[in-house]
Design a protein around this ligand. Structure first.
Ligand SMILES: [Zn+2]
Length: 200
């Protein structure tokens, strides 16, 4: 560390470098970008970072990310609360929402079962899902986990828990190539998968 080292600039570079996909060069570029900008711009960035941490939480009902609990989807009286779409992550929910074809509500698992990585049922929101189904009022549960080995395994596990409650359990059609992620699926593929779901 020579005498030319500028402490606060170094610290900003180090913080940027902790972000995913940001290497040393990008971190430096971002740090200088902030340095060149106005104080107001820097304050806006800092405030946006803090706001996300302070205001974004999981919906107590569906575990979607939201600033209000229950979230806008759960609170919407025009949604069909008897049709429950189970997805792995909020980004999967957003992909399904972008089609405008889902009239039901969601349940976000916040992951998938991965025994080798020690992700057990207790690490996901499966207990809350079972409790929702147990409470009644749900006619169909669509297991829209990703069509991967882990997603399929998670769907089968959930099906084994829910089958005793007399609800229709379906899975979106395999319009999605095996191994593809729901969030990257094209709109046409998503539509085909949503409309063509079949009984598990
Ligand atoms: Zn919600």
């Amino acid at each position: 560390m020579g005498p030319s080292r500028i402490e606060s600039l170094e610290r900003l570079k180090q913080e940027f470098q902790k972000l995913p996909g940001i290497g040393a060069r990008s971190a430096e570029r971002l740090a200088f970008h902030v340095l060149r900008g106005s104080r107001a711009e820097a304050a806006g960035l800092a405030q946006a970072l803090l706001d996300v941490k302070d205001h974004v939480k999981h919906c107590g009902r569906c575990f979607n990310l939201t600033e209000h609990d229950p979230c806008g989807i759960c609170a919407d009286p025009y949604r069909d609360a008897s049709e429950l779409w189970v997805v792995e992550q909020p980004k999967d929910l957003m992909a399904l929402e972008s089609t405008g074809l889902v009239r039901g509500v969601y349940h976000v698992l916040l992951g998938h079962l991965a025994p080798l990585e020690h992700v057990e049922p207790g690490d996901l929101t499966i207990d809350a899902l079972v409790a929702r189904v147990k409470r009644g009022g749900i006619r169909e549960v669509v297991l829209a986990t990703n069509p991967t080995t882990e997603g399929d395994g998670t769907a089968l596990y959930i099906e084994s828990l829910l089958c005793e409650y007399g609800v229709l359990i379906t899975r979106p059609a395999r319009g999605l190539a095996v191994g593809s992620q729901l969030e990257y699926a094209s709109m046409g593929m998503l539509e085909a998968a949503i409309r063509g779901r079949s009984k598990l």
